[in-house]
Design a protein. Sequence first.
Length: 404
Amino acid sequence: MSMKRVVVVVCCLIVFLWICSSPAMGQSSSTGTVTGTVTDASGAAVPDATVSLIDASTGGARPSTTNDKGLYIFPYVNPGTYSVKVSKQGFKTTVVASQGVEVGKQLTVNAVLELGSVSQTVEVTVTLGAELQTMDATVGATLSGETLVNLPNTSRDASTLAVLQPGQNLNGNVGGAASDQNSFQLDGGYATDDMSGDNNTYIAGFGGDTAGGTGMLHSAGFNQTPSAVVPIPVESVEEFKVSTANQTADFSGGAGSQVSIATKRGTNALHGGVYEYYQDSTFGGANTWDNNLIGKPIVSSHFSRFGADAGGKIPHANFLGGDWFVFGLYEGFRFPQAVTFTRTMPTAAMRAGLLQLNGEVINLNRPTPRMPRLASVVRDAPAERYPKAPSFPAQEQGDVTRVA
């Protein structure tokens, strides 16, 4: 088998293992957990009850079964809205609808089964304990993708909003820690810029500058808004969570805040859009007083951040255990910059040879009297006024001639 075929086989094997692997891989920081207890009307635990977690956006269902204590758990649940359906022979089917799952949080949904037929359904819209957090004491806030899009944001990068959480100042300092102690995780992947925080080397971040308007340089730097190592447009974010205190070990990556971001995913309905954010120095920009005095217009310089996204269900792709969904986003930057350089140049009078000093004009072109050449003076003078130097006879000594 040739080397090319070996490479192709190895790549296909890696892709296959990645597709078929457990969804737990690298998702703990971008997903949530749904857990709860199933009991009957008397409060006794109901074991072996069938529990289904139904995604409202895709219609997909994840099955589970309660243990002997009536407990169930769904780990690694993508953020979104879900319904919990519980059924057991001899009891009515109970559905707890419209439960929101957030990044890095535990959602507790307890269900109480009533005696009756399985074909009968009891729908519960509010359940006690759904907002109770018992897994950790993390302090922070979570923002949805819709909130991120609607909030005012000059750079249109999600990293900017990390500093707006309680317990964090505008420079990204949390609890007295340096701004380079903030950690970013994007869809479970480590997206922290380990090289940020040096005010002598690194520059503004995607959050502090206009999406890193100087180009691909993006480190947070000194007194700058912290940001991830990659740009995160708000249009691509499903949920955005910032934890500022009591972070758990699975999120902690520094002494500062931990920012967990989950990107959008495909749903049953096709969705998408296009966007552009345009900023121009000549549109509402104030010119300097010096330029206004001499009638010099402001230099045109603009920044454009644009893109398009789309997602949905892949038709006729029901294989490997279920439906397949796709979401993609393209984003581009255009930032032609213009800079004014000031240089000292000679005036027209100076180029003509006229200088002005203390109110007096000096003409560098004025002719000056010519002095007689020394050769002419020597040639015209009498010879007796310039005696010749004394001469000495030469003496011969061997083959060398020298002057005595």
